[in-house]
Design a binder for this molecule. Structure first.
Ligand code: UDP
Length: 404
């Protein structure tokens, strides 16, 4: 077994890697091409960066191609993205021209590769118009939509639908995100990479150093929420829950860790609201971290007794899975994908109000053994359902579906 597969076997389980290898054996040498529009930045690039090498290790002839365009193209695809998420945006004719022209141009560049491919995964709307330039395609083409398209702005969806209808299949992250299309649709939930800086095991000293850096007392209980400062993540509700719980757990400390938001005026407003709600409480730590602080976030999650993600709206909360993978029970908002991630009363609790969150915090913090038991179940649940290896298995299973 290669070193990469061994590394995954150590964290995901040898049986999982054996199973993957068996599944992959029937696709040995098969040409699989993933196409998106950026090599770095964003969740899609992050997943492809791991998924493609892992596929190659398993014997697939997998590759990753990136289309490129001019600023007008990106203006158009950004608007499409927002439109798919429900914002009313006007796709100007010159934008659509740039969109179609960029796809035409990239189709010519990629023709030899895409014509030869057995399976082509087109990620998100940016390269979706490539397909129209391959009338005599040999392989199967799958549209992989990572966006919550549950309530799209109709004119945008009507335009995009024309391009994606001709695919052989499409894949959405959650049932609630999907749109009806005239071909088979599959669901593959997002996953985390257990070997990334965000999720890899950390030495105890590194966790201790992060505690010290942020003045967190290792002797007292700690609850953490990691998320952008966004109202839908309800950071002010988290502070209210902490206050209510603190009456019964006097030593309680709270961390709210998120990114700085220079380019997001609403983010600044939310941070001000959070600061006002925190007041002069020295046990509420509002941490503004740079976007690449993956190991710090990893350490904060591990330094916590519990993790909270009290969102009032959420697709699939990666922070929930990240915390569960670290053996921490999660108190999560009873909404969206969190309902699939947190198994109520088993791997954490689902809550709808600050009062509910406070009650669950008290309940768990008074029972360290229960925290350990739920945390262990949380980790197992993630191992079985939400690791990159599971995502690759589902892509392979999907392969069986579209190729037969
Ligand atoms: N994250 C981060 N730094 C921050 C806040 C969040 O690295 O300051 C990460 C977090 O660990 C997770 C992702 O950003 O991996 C957020 O994904 P999630 O699905 O939880 O929420 P979204 O921001 O996509 O709504």
């Amino acid at each position: 077994m290669s070193r990469l597969l061994e590394a995954y076997a150590r964290v995901a389980g040898e049986d999982v890697i054996d199973h993957l290898s068996q599944l992959a054996a029937q696709y040995r040498g098969m040409k699989v091409v993933h196409v998106n529009s950026t090599r770095v930045g964003g969740g899609v690039a992050e997943i492809l960066d791991k998924l493609v090498p892992l596929s190659r290790e398993l014997g697939l002839d997998a590759r990753w191609e990136v289309i490129t365009g001019d600023p007008v193209f990106y203006q158009c695809t950004k608007a499409m993205h927002n439109g798919l998420q429900g914002n009313p945006v006007n796709l100007e004719p010159r934008w659509l021209e740039a969109y179609e022209e960029t796809n035409r141009h990239n189709a010519e560049q990629l023709r030899p590769i895409l014509e030869e491919a057995d399976v082509v995964f087109i990620h998100d709307p940016q390269p979706a118009a490539l397909l129209g330039h391959f009338p005599k395609r040999r392989g199967k083409w799958v549209w992989r939509c990572h966006i919550d398209a549950s309530r799209p702005y109709r004119p945008v969806w009507r335009y995009l639908r024309r391009h994606v209808s001709s695919f052989d299949a499409s894949v959405f992250s959650l049932a609630g995100f999907a749109q009806a299309l005239p071909h088979p649709e599959y669901l593959i939930p997002p996953s985390i990479d257990p070997l990334s800086d965000k999720n890899v095991d950390l030495p105890e000293e590194e966790i201790a150093a992060v505690r010290e850096r942020f003045h967190l007392d290792p002797e007292r209980p700690l609850v953490t929420q990691v998320s952008r400062f966004d109202r839908f993540k309800d950071p002010v509700g988290v502070i209210r829950a902490y206050r209510l719980a603190k009456r019964f757990v006097p030593g309680l400390q709270l961390v709210l860790a998120g990114g700085t938001a220079d380019d997001d005026p609403e983010g600044e407003t939310v941070i001000s609201e959070v600061r006002a709600a925190a007041g002069d409480d020295a046990d509420v730590h509002v941490l503004l971290l740079p976007p690449d602080a993956h190991r710090v976030i990893n350490a904060l999650q591990r330094a916590s007794d519990l993790v909270i993600q009290k969102s009032t709206r959420e697709g699939f909360g990666l922070t929930v899975t990240e915390a569960m993978w670290k053996g921490r029970p999660v108190i999560g908002g009873d909404t969206g994908g969190i309902r699939l991630q947190v198994v109520d009363f088993h791997t954490g609790f689902l809550v709808s109000t600050p009062e509910g969150a406070a009650l669950r915090m008290r309940y768990l913090l008074n029972q360290p053994r229960l925290i350990r038991e739920m945390g262990a179940k949380a980790r197992t649940f993630v191992r079985e359902n939400f690791l990159l290896t599971r995502q690759l298995r589902e892509y392979l299973t999907l392969g069986i579906g579209v190729l037969t």
